[in-house]
Design a protein around this ligand. Structure first.
Ligand code: CAA
Length: 698
């Protein structure tokens, strides 16, 4: 090893004869924060000034090449040198500079590599421009240099999808020059020697030109505008790539302008909140520490949920013993799992061989006793406390010591379930969302006596299943369904008071939800809400509460349960669903029964009321500790309820409105219904003190 000079905390130079190595070491992912930018700039200036080396090779320590700009700096005042300036300095360097990529070269990281004069990758590495997933676009020359290296169509593909591309594919397109085996430092030395020997060519990307690709540009623009009309960064990204036919300086100016516009949008802040939130939910003491085995899982119930959970475990390579009470139910369960796995194959999520291997790990059984040797049992049967207690009582005698006993209940009291065993410390709630092999949310419900290692194993399971595990405390509906139970009434009140179901759906879809609440109801089956309302009625309704379910009750009583019966709020024939005209009569009848005179609601008012109701209950869920932090609520909604990612989640969105404005809104609505619209104490306090939900995220 040659002498190593520390340029700054994260950058070193090492000279070996005519070769100078610059190494970046900025864990965990070598993001180009200020120190990295300064280090690179200084190292380059120093090496060019000294003139003792003939070639410079840049590589990184740790698990990856530079994985991008430091996202934590976004939204803060910029500090020089900027990344584009550093990349210009690399490209301008009189000494040739090559880069050695291992792990992932993403965003600003790949842009740094494109500024170097040749890119060498280590097998297994990936490159990408995932900025669009953060609400921005590649802002350090990526939209200009990638088209020059690999053509506009490939640049569009990469930057619009944000996908991480294997380096072999990138080499085929021209974005990578050479693939070489070895450790990053060894490859850096080897490749630099080849530059000296003249067997590895170097060139400046800025000297290349690219051909216009008008068809690809207009097709991509049409596609992103149709598919993601809210994501303005996608359109700007396409326009910026189209500008790569201009001289470099002009193209870079277009890119910078559009990048800065994206940085100012709330969607940038929403999507970055989503990025960090997804990681922060399991960055808590409860998710860490010792865990128990998860070698074999038992699932009780072969219905939609049980089959989906089994599918998810099998896809993660965990053997499953599926138990049902009757042969036909068991057969249906196996059929559903097979269908789910076939679907995964046809969607390209798994190979046919993997599907066969997964199915071979499924052991169907009619005997609960067969669960004696599993490490974890997930009960997914009908939502009735008596049935659950009976099952857990049996599991108590059947399961081995230390086995974890989980209920997939969506709202029942996990403590009461736990008390039907002699081992409440082994019991927790694992609430999956349908379809369980697709939806990424897993609510991990902590009972009063759940042991620490049982809870940590819940998080370990979420990780194995590639799900987002969120800690929730026991209450009716936990985090998600409790909040849903509250705000979904707003949609019904809006319809009772004058809006049409379609207007409500359209307004909320325009806000960003994939589907409005009435379409979701039709999809899930209107009979489900009907049964829940019946249960609540049996338990005793709050006499002060305005009943929201009358219209839906009458629709179900007509035999219209939504999509599965061809009719609900909408009629489902061939083609797009159309509003069910008979529902208008039902609404008119209910208004008449209640002496309601219909009024007009603007789309904005529909969104405001719906979102305010969601925020109100979400605030209460944080206030009483059901959710640990506001970000946990946000991730529940992003990964389980189709909340638009670019808005960051209900409480991130709440901060964009501000507590004072929310309090004002609630007090206005309370003039119509003081029981439903009450200001949560936490929100009033925030309004008084001028604080935000983000302040509570820690
Ligand atoms: N900035 C700051 N922190 C980052 C980061 C970034 N770009 N990328 C990852 N991290 C952090 C994560 O938050 C996480 O921190 P904690 O351990 O504190 O939770 C840690 O690094 C490890 O990340 P992961 O848990 O995600 O690790 P992984 O091995 O599963 O994945 C990865 C690694 C593929 C690099 C993934 O982290 C990733 O996709 N990162 C984002 C990459 C990206 O979007 N780059 C573009 C940035 S924007 C840009 O570059 C703009 C521009 O044009 C100038």
């Amino acid at each position: 090893m040659g002498e190593t000079i520390q340029v700054n905390d994260v950058t070193t130079i090492e000279q070996q004869g005519d070769i100078a190595l610059i190494c970046i070491d900025n864990p965990p992912v070598n993001a180009t924060g200020l120190a990295v930018r300064e280090g690179l700039q200084k190292a380059l200036a120093q090496l060019n000034a000294e003139g003792s080396a003939k070639v410079i090779a840049l590589y990184c320590a740790g698990r990856t090449f530079i994985a991008g700009a430091d996202i934590r700096e976004f939204g803060k005042p910029p500090q020089a040198p900027s990344l584009p300036d550093v990349i210009d300095a690399i490209e301008d360097s009189p000494l040739p500079v090559i880069s050695v990529i291992h792990g992932t070269a993403l965003g600003g990281g790949f842009e740094v590599a494109m500024g170097t004069h040749a890119r060498i990758a280590i097998p297994g590495a990936r490159i990408g421009l995932p900025e669009v997933l953060l609400g921005i676009l590649p802002g350090a020359g990526g939209t200009q240099r990638l088209p020059r290296l690999a053509g506009i169509p490939f640049a569009l593909d990469l930057a619009v999808s944000g996908r991480h591309v294997p380096v072999a594919e990138a080499q085929e397109k021209g974005a990578i020059d050479r693939i070489m085996e070895g450790a990053p430092r060894d490859v850096a030395l080897k490749a630099a020697q080849e530059v000296l020997d003249g067997t590895l060519a170097t060139r400046r990307t800025r000297d290349l030109t690219t051909d216009a690709a008008d068809d690809a540009v207009s097709a991509t623009l049409a596609m992103v505008t149709k598919k993601n009309p809210h994501l303005v960064n996608l359109q700007k990204c396409v326009e910026s790539i189209a500008a790569s036919t201009l001289p470099l300086a002009d193209g870079l100016a277009v890119e910078r302008q559009k990048f800065m516009e994206c940085m100012e949008t709330p969607q940038r802040s929403g999507m970055i909140h989503a990025f960090f939130g997804e990681r922060a939910v399991s960055n808590i003491p409860e998710a860490k520490g010792a865990t128990r085995d998860l070698k074999k899982i038992g699932v009780i119930g072969g219905g939609t949920m049980g089959s989906g959970i089994s599918t998810s475990c099998l896809m993660a390579g965990i053997p499953v013993r599926l138990v049902e009470v009757a042969q036909d139910g068991l057969d249906r369960g196996v059929q559903t799992i097979t269908k789910n796995l076939d679907g995964a194959v046809s969607r390209g999520k798994m190979s046919a061989e993997k599907r066969d291997a997964a199915l071979a790990m499924l052991e169907p059984s009619l005997a609960m006793e067969d669960l004696a040797d599993v490490d974890l049992v997930i009960e997914a049967v009908f939502e009735k406390m008596e049935i659950k207690k009976e099952i857990f009582g049996k599991l108590n005698t059947i399961c081995k010591d230390g086995a974890i006993l989980a209920s997939n209940t969506s709202y029942l009291d996990v403590n009461e379930i736990a008390e039907s065993t002699d081992r409440p410390q082994d019991v927790l709630g694992l609430h999956f969302f349908s379809p369980a092999h697709v939806m990424r949310l897993l609510e991990i419900v902590q009972g009063a006596k759940t042991a620490d290692d049982v809870l940590a194993t819940g998080f370990a399971l979420a990780k194995k299943l590639k799900k987002v595990g969120v800690l929730a405390q026991v209450c009716d509906g936990f985090i998600g369904n409790r909040i849903l139970g509250h705000y979904s009434k707003t949609a019904s009140y809006l319809v009772l008071d004058g809006a049409t179901p379609q207007q409500v759906d359209d307004a909320l879809e325009a806000f960003g939800f994939a589907m409005g609440p009435h379409k979701v109801g039709d999809l899930a089956g209107l009979d489900i809400g009907y049964m829940t309302r019946q249960r609540k009625r049996e338990e005793g309704m709050d006499p002060n509460e305005r009943y929201a379910g009358r219209v839906a009750d009458l629709i179900v009583e007509e035999g219209w349960k939504g999509r599965k019966t061809g009719k609900g709020y909408y009629v489902y024939d061939a083609g797009a669903p159309v509003p069910n005209e008979a529902v208008e009569d039902i609404i008119a009848k209910v208004r008449q029964e209640n002496g309601i005179t219909a009024k007009d609601f603007s789309d904005q008012e529909i969104v405001d009321r719906y979102m305010t109701a969601m925020i109100v209950e979400a605030a209460r869920v944080v206030e009483d500790g059901t959710a640990k932090r506001p970000l946990d609520v946000d991730m529940v909604f992003l990964f389980g309820y189709g909340f638009p990612r670019f808005r960051g989640g209900p409480l991130h969105y709440a901060d964009t409105i501000g507590a004072a404005e929310l309090v004002k809104r609630i007090e206005t609505y309370a003039k119509e219904d003081a029981h439903y619209w009450q200001v949560p104490a936490i929100l009033r306090k925030m309004a008084d003190e001028g604080t935000t939900f983000a302040d509570l995220n820690g």
